[in-house]
Each structure stands twice: as C-alpha cells, then as structure tokens.
Design a protein. Structure first.
Length: 391
C-alpha cells in the first residue's frame, strides 16, 4: 500500500475515475463530495495527500486548502494538489496562494497525476517523518576541474543516492548560464529558477520553499535560469544568502559548478564545507586540479576541505590513478567507474541512472561514493549513518 489519498470532488464520474486510477497504483482512496466533509476527514486522520477540486460545494477548494494550512500544526504539511478547469494564470496563482503544492488542469493524463503525486509524497512524506531533527546543513560544492568530466552526472546521482539514505537533499544548478539540470531531469523551461528567488523583494526560507522544484526522486531542485542572460541577475551575495537559507532546511545542499574561478563560483567554494573536485585522468585535468590546489592554498582553506573524485576511473587514458596521485602529490579520495552507455542513456532519457538503474555498475559506484560521503558528514554531525532508507 502506497498511502491513503483523500479525493475531494463532487462529480461522481471524476470520483470513480480517480478511485480506479489510484487504486490501480496501490493507493487507498477516501472520497469526499464537499468542502466540510473534506475538512472533517482530514481532521480525523490526515491522508498522505489530498486531491482537491476547486469548485466543490459548502466550502470551495481554495477555502478548504486555506483552512488546512491555518490549522496544521508546526512541522506538519499534507501535500495538496488542486484540480481545476481554470487555465489562466490567475487560477493557478490562487491555488498556490491558498496553500496548494501543485495543481492539475482537467482533463489530465493519469501518468501526469501519478508522477506529481509520487514526487509530493516523497517530498513531504520524508520531511514529515524527519520532523524534530534539525537539518545537517552540509553545503557540498561539486566542482568540475574541466568541462565534460561528469560533474553534473555525479552531482545529480549522488544527490539521489543521499536522498535514498533518508537525507533531505536540495540540488542547486550553479552553472547559471548553461546549467543543464533541466535536460538531465527532463524538466521544462517553465519551472521556477534561482532568478525567481533573487527577483523577490526579500528572501526568506518560505520563499525558498516555494521556489525549489520537486523531482520524482524526492530530491528538491533549485534550477538555473531558463536563459543565459538572466544569470547576471544573480550576485555572489545572493548565492551566499541562498546557500545559507538552504542549509537551514536540508541535510545536504549540493551545488554543481564549473571550473571558472570567478566571483560567484568562488563564493560557492567559500561557503561550502567540502569541495568535491571532479576530474578524469588526463593531462589538462591534472593541470587544472593543480591550479585549484594552489588557489585553495592562496585562499587559506584547509587542504582537507577539498576531496578529489576521479570519474571514469577505469577508462583507459594512459595515466593510472597512482601516477595521477603522484603528479598531484596527494591522494584521490573517491573514484567512480566508467560506463558510457549507462551515463549517456540516462542523460538522453532524462531519467537519472540512480533512479532507473541503481543496480548497474555505475549506479552502485555512485551509491558507494554517496555512502562514504554521508558517513563522514553524519559522523561530523553526531548522527548515525546511514539513516533509514526510504520505503
Ligand atoms: N562515469 C561515467 N562513465 C561514462 N560516461 C560518463 C560518466 N560520467 C559522465 N559521463 C558522460 O560524460 C558526459 C559529460 O557529463 P556531464 O554533463 O555530467 O559532465 P560535466 O562535467 O557536468 O559537463 P559540463 O562541463 O558540460 O557541465 C556525458 O555524456 C555523460 O553521460
Ligand atoms: Mg555540468
């Protein structure tokens, strides 16, 4: 059983259709035909999620959502998807203002409903169950020593693996001009981004929560702007503030950045607790890692703030791990195996291998990496690692 869903709709044929679809997906379904009945059922026992039609009698959907949000205790949050026939922006805004987490315009495809429900349940189910424990607030920068070495691949899949360990994870696309998390995760340009955050008159945790985007994995996303020119709106000071706010909400704030040592990236490196420098065993990468090591020294950071991650570790490059370590005069802490097909097909389908092929060689390699990362971070926070797996 996947959980109980309260369906609030006064149209019997819609009720029947939703009931069949949801039961087929393994949900237990409860029905309410009007607003007061919906509130009563929620008060008796909050479901895992509410599907709420906007036009039900008694109290309409907007009023029901508003009441629930006003009456919910601290740390509780029942996910609400508003069902509406209203296509214009005002209707959507009204639903979100009333406290809905998402909305669907009728008629919708069952697959879309199912995907949105899963992502909301993963998002709020785990945060509700973790209420009481403060977030670990670890900021981890994933820095690509060179373009195309696999930084985004590792950042995204490590984020999912950490989520699977029961952690609350937000993934930030710090490649502000040409970020490609929307491509890797099959998300449209209409999704909110960091630009919506920095354009607001002031930033706080509630605003951040309304801008991060849920992913089916349960990882939340702060996306890069939809177009490169908007990246200029984000300043280093913004990034500092955003990362601090995220650290107050999540166990891990994973920031994917590229090799440029310019102001914004330097701010991310500065605020990060750990920098994972992703590299491959080739000469230009080794040269860049050496420059990064020097920069770290100039900036006065502890050398152990930086960890090296050798990606595609078993690919033939003519330079072995040992000789790379010799050239850098330091150890390489982590390795991720080479599996081009697995990596590229995940990219092309928009479904990360850690979700669709966690059991592949590549999936297991990144999962091992994430477990080692979590072990170090959790011990530092005085927590047991790893946390309970998500069911
Ligand atoms: N472990 C791996 N084995 C095989 N191929 C990989 C691996 N990791 C990444 N790749 C492939 O390398 C390519 C580049 O990956 P990715 O976009 O993650 O790198 P990046 O460093 O973030 O690049 P960019 O500089 O564009 O941001 C992709 O085609 C990806 O599928
Ligand atoms: Mg990248």
């Amino acid at each position: 059983m996947t959980g109980k869903v309260l369906v609030v709709d006064d149209d019997a044929s819609v009720q029947r259709l939703l009931q069949q679809t949801l039961q087929h997906e393994g949900y237990e379904v409860q029905l309410a035909s009007d607003g007061p009945d919906a509130l009563r059922q929620w008060q008796q026992e909050p479901p895992a999620l509410i599907l709420l039609d906007t036009t039900v009698a008694g109290l309409d959907g907007y009023e029901v959502a508003t009441r629930i949000r006003a009456e919910e205790g601290p740390g509780r949050h029942v996910p609400i998807i508003m069902l509406t026939t209203d296509r214009d922006v005002q209707g959507k805004v009204r639903a979100l203002r009333a406290g809905a987490d998402d909305y669907l315009i009728k008629p919708f495809h069952p697959a879309e409903l199912s995907a949105r429900m899963k992502s909301l349940i993963a998002r709020f189910g785990s945060s509700n169950s973790l209420v009481g424990r403060p977030p670990m607030g670890r900021i981890h920068a994933y820095y690509g020593a060179k373009g195309g070495v696999g930084t985004t691949t590792i950042a995204i899949n490590a984020a999912i693996a950490l989520k699977e360990l029961g952690r609350r994870v937000v993934l930030v696309d710090g490649n502000l001009q040409f970020g490609d998390h929307r491509v890797f995760l099959d998300l449209g340009l209409d999704r909110k981004s960091i630009v919506d955050l920095v354009s607001a008159p002031s930033m706080d945790a509630d605003l951040v929560k309304s801008i991060v985007q849920p992913h089916d994995s349960g990882v939340e996303l702060l996306l890069a702007p939809p177009s490169p020119e908007a990246a200029d709106l984000v300043t280093p000071a913004h990034l500092h503030q955003i990362l601090e706010l995220l650290a107050g909400l999540y166990d891990y704030v994973i920031v994917d950045i590229d090799k440029r040592l310019e102001d914004r990236n330097l701010m991310v490196l500065d605020v990060a607790e750990t920098i994972f420098a992703v590299m491959t065993a080739d000469l230009s990468c080794l040269k860049n890692v050496r420059l990064l090591l020097e920069t770290i020294g100039h900036l006065g950071y502890e050398q152990n703030k930086l960890k090296l991650v050798l990606n595609r570790s078993n690919a033939f490059t003519g330079i072995s791990t040992k000789s790379a370590e010799g050239a850098l005069r330091r150890p390489i802490e982590f390795q991720v195996v080479n599996e081009y097909r697995g990596a590229i097909s995940a990219l092309n389908t928009g479904s990360p291998f850690m979700l669709s092929k966690a059991d592949s060689v590549l999936g297991r390699s990144v999962a091992d990496f994430a477990r080692a990362v979590d072990k170090g971070a959790a011990q530092g926070a005085g927590l047991l690692a790893p946390a309970a797996s998500r069911s």
